[in-house]
Design a protein around this ligand. Structure first.
Ligand SMILES: Cc1ncc(COP(=O)(O)O)c(C=O)c1O
Length: 451
């Protein structure tokens, strides 16, 4: 039998791809994938990712302080997750197929119900990522409220980010990601984030089926609402018969020092959306958990149960990554670790903010979800340097100190740290020392005083 390479000139096998050099990889990526994003994103070629460390094609080591934007909560290429995935592969269970019994998906849904807020979100829908999960929740809400013709609208928050598919940008709070996709789902309104009075005024209109919110806004700039806000949201949603949907795609999975960010206020939403951290850093995954009442109202009839299907739903490999992530987090006390290391990290950053108040405007975050808002750079220094101090600092951290971080998508003044929850104190200290050097270099460049 002729090999694929013999049949198709230029064909690359997996072995070829794994050992591909930088130049070939670059050429292929620029030619066949998104050229402009690759070039403007400052991409690196990491040939190895292990825990919190990356090795690039020149053999240089980099520290992962962004975890693929919150994906690698358990670290990169975690051996435990790998082994569990391998077990699932080798079991030769039927891992695909939407319409079959799936023990691993059922077990994951069961485990998630156990760790869900108040143990009350006992039904699950799965997806292949965050935006698809959000899409499926938009539909869940619509189906569940189909008997309430006055409630055709969804309420969301200014600055919110829920993904970039058409439905997800429709409920997102940034026109930049919507502008070329109109006409969108037009039945959406927005209220300022963390403003309970504005929320009540909107909900009192009686037209909203659901209120979507991030318990901590991620891409909006790591915005932590004042304590008590989530509790108020819960009370207002109940009072005005509106479903409370929390997007924990970035803030969930132990990142903020609780399994879920809503757990900080013991709030039980009607629906919670997850993704990122439950991938084990290895397998695309997302989904929602919700109350039985909500799920049954949407899909609890023979007529409506077929209104949501997807090829990879209840996928065995994704569910394996989900179970393994939960197990690793629990057995390695990563919830407590995120709380403790996060408090230390944020505390030290706040000290730096006091020392350099002309550069850092605010340090925000909870656990290991941390953002730094910086000041705008004076116009005379902007060209080739950046609009906000976040730009040169981010750039120096990545290029000079080889620490991976990035900006928040909806707020360019802010860059953030979302390291694997396994990050060590030494790594945090190295980041802090490097960060201070970046600030000093920005001060020197712009002729500013520290205070
Ligand atoms: C809060 C939140 N929701 C949704 C998404 C979209 O997830 P995905 O990129 O997997 O579509 C993200 C991604 O960063 C997110 O942070």
């Amino acid at each position: 039998m002729a090999s694929a390479k013999e049949q198709i000139k230029g064909f690359y096998t997996v072995d070829d791809a794994i050992s591909m050099d930088y130049e070939t990889t670059r050429d292929l990526q620029l030619k066949h994938l998104n050229r402009e994003r690759t070039l403007s994103g400052g991409c690196k070629y990491f040939i190895k990712a292990d825990g919190t460390k990356f090795t690039d094609h020149e053999g240089k080591e980099h520290l992962d302080m962004i975890g693929a934007v919150g994906v690698a909560s358990v670290g990169n290429n975690n051996e435990f997750i790998w082994n569990e995935l391998e077990k699932a592969f080798r079991s030769k269970q039927y891992l695909m197929g939407a319409i079959a019994y799936h023990s691993i998906a059922a077990a994951f849904a069961h485990n998630m119900a156990l760790v869900s807020p108040g143990g009350r979100l006992t039904k699950m829908g799965t997806a292949t990522g965050g935006a698809e999960a959000i899409e499926s929740v938009i539909k869940l809400v619509k189906l569940a409220t189909r008997g309430k013709p006055e409630r055709t609208r969804i309420l969301s928050c200014e600055g919110a980010f829920h993904g970039k598919t058409t439905g997800a940008v429709s409920v997102g709070g940034k026109e930049k990601w919507r502008m070329y996709q109109h006409p969108l789902m037009e039945s959406v309104d927005w209220v300022p984030y963390a403003d309970a009075d504005a929320l009540e005024a909107a909900l009192a209109r009686g037209v909203y089926s659901a209120f979507f919110l991030e318990p901590i806004q991620g891409e909006g700039g790591i915005i932590v609402p004042p304590e008590g806000y989530l509790t108020k949201v819960r009370a207002l949603c109940t009072k005005y018969d509106t479903l409370m949907v929390v997007d924990e795609i970035q803030a969930g999975c132990a990142r903020t020092g609780k399994m879920w960010a809503v757990d900080h206020e013991n709030v039980v939403p009607d629906c919670l959306v997850f993704a990122k951290g439950f991938s084990g850093g290895l397998v695309p995954f997302g989904g929602f958990i919700c109350t039985e009442e909500l799920y049954e109202a949407a899909y609890g009839s023979v007529e409506t149960c077929w209104h949501h299907t997807a090829t990879y739903q209840e996928n065995g490999l994704s569910a394996t990554a989900g179970i393994a992530s939960l197990e690793f987090i629990l057995e390695n006390n990563l919830i407590e670790a995120a709380a403790e290391k996060g408090a230390y990290f944020i505390g030290r950053l706040k000290t730096l903010q006091e020392k350099y108040p002309t550069i850092i405007k605010e340090v925000r975050g909870k656990g290991l979800m941390i953002g730094l808002e910086t000041y705008e750079i004076p116009d005379v220094y902007k060209e080739g340097y950046g609009d906000y101090f976040a730009d040169p600092i981010n750039n120096d951290l990545v290029e000079v100190y080889r620490i991976q971080v990035n900006h928040t998508l909806n707020n360019p003044a802010v860059f953030r740290f979302l390291p694997p929850l396994t990050v060590t104190l030494e790594e945090i200290n190295y980041t802090l020392e490097s960060f201070e050097k970046c600030i000093q270099s920005a001060l020197a460049h712009t002729g500013r005083n520290a205070g």
